[in-house]
Design a protein around this ligand. Structure first.
Ligand code: KIV
Length: 271
């Protein structure tokens, strides 16, 4: 059995080996240097610079507004904090849907200007040409199927996807398309666990789930959600490991009190 824990660097090949050896892949989002450094030091396998930055960093309702320049800024900050994890960056809405040349140019900008290791894009057969073109330029691509937040205005809601036979069959076909086009992995978001397990078992590349059950090859969460910074976001699939909203609020309230009462700074905290 390979010692993945002590691997100096995680690559797309490492992830494939992990799937083959039935070792689960851990993935979290990060958008800045300081958090990326902590997440990497903790031993995460993959860091996703997700376009969820649009929500949790910029406060937008959807992922649509974030730009390619903004994604590159977040990605380059993350890359500076990482020494082991594979860093994957979302191609933002509008940077790849036009045609495969646009997709390749956007992917190249991300790789050149941020130093990241791979890109991710949403969609199935409709992005096949783009995936093939990006991969043939030497850039690893991660797919994203199921609930694809960049299409939220088409879906109209964030409910579980592919619960009906027709959509489930399309998802299976899309996953195969993405594997054949050269994707090294696929994120499966908010789909029934049984379907995710079937897709995972039928493909060679690792499936990373978010709200897709335990029968996939790894899990991803948005870091602000799992640390409890987002108080009001409570989907069923989310496990919270901290209540940072409350802890940060309490710390800030204590600081305010200390400043107002001239408790801070004390004699030892000044020159
Ligand atoms: O942008 C993001 O954070 C994502 C994850 C939810 C997979 O795509």
């Amino acid at each position: 059995m390979t010692d993945f824990k002590n691997a100096k660097k995680i690559t797309t090949h490492t992830l494939r080996e992990m799937k083959e050896e039935h070792v689960k892949i851990s993935m979290l989002t990060a958008y800045d240097y300081s958090l990326a450094r902590i997440v990497d030091d903790a031993g995460i396998d993959v860091i996703l610079v997700g376009d969820s930055a649009s929500n949790v960093m910029a406060g937008h309702e959807t992922t649509l507004p974030i730009t390619l320049d903004q994604m590159i800024y977040h990605a380059s900050s993350v890359v500076r904090g990482v020494s082991r994890a594979l860093v994957v960056v979302d191609l933002p809405f509008g940077s790849y849907q036009g045609n495969s040349k646009e997709a390749l140019n956007s992917a190249i900008r991300i790789m050149k200007e941020s130093g990241a290791h791979a890109v991710k894009l949403e969609g199935g057969s409709e992005v096949k040409d783009s995936v093939e073109r990006i991969v043939s330029a030497g850039v690893p691509v991660m797919g994203h199927l199921g609930l694809t937040p960049q299409s939220i205005y088409k879906f109209g809601t964030y409910v579980v996807r592919a619960t009906e036979q027709e959509e489930a069959e399309k998802l299976k076909a899309d996953a195969l398309f993405l594997q054949q086009s050269g994707c090294f992995s696929i994120v499966l978001e908010k789909i029934p666990a049984k379907l995710a397990g079937e897709v995972s078992a039928s493909l060679k590349i690792p499936m990373i789930g978010i709200g897709a059950g335990s029968q996939v090859d790894g899990q991803v969460l948005v870091i602000h959600d799992m640390l409890g910074i987002n108080k009001d976001f409570k989907p069923r699939f989310l496990r919270r490991y901290m209540k940072l909203y409350d802890e940060i609020k309490e710390a800030v309230a204590n600081y305010i009190t200390d400043v107002k009462t001239i408790d801070f700074p004390n004699d030892k905290e000044q020159y």
